[in-house]
Write a protein that binds this ligand. Sequence first.
Ligand SMILES: [Zn+2]
Length: 150
Amino acid sequence: MTVNDATRKLVRQRANFLCEYCHSLEEASAAKFAIDHILPQSLGGSDNPDNLALACQRCNGYRYNFTTGIDPQTQEVIPLFHPRKQKWSDHFIWSTDGLRIIGVTPTGQATCNRLDVNDERHNEGSIVKARRLWLQGGWHPPEEDPRQQT
Ligand SMILES: [Zn+2]
């Protein structure tokens, strides 16, 4: 029931040391990232690498045992973004200033909402403040991520 060290290493490297939900960089964060079970163990999810993702403490905490979120535009219940089966850039973009994640599909929007990826409901936007510093440091956002066009 515990993920072994070799698997942890694989998950970290595969994720390029980024949270697979909010693309925070582990090195720039105070807390070590968690190995997230995409289908939670409480719902029968396995320790197979196909069911694992690297997640920062905030995303891991907000995701908890949830596998769905609400699309704020339609109020529909939508499965959360699945880092193994879906591609981040198909569902999310960065705002022009690189500080906020914008969901561009129902999956993206439901995930942004559930994980509060821009700290709009919690922490007084502290993740946005951290991103501003990372941006100044040249670590953020990841180069391959799309940004909103003006
Ligand atoms: Zn995260």
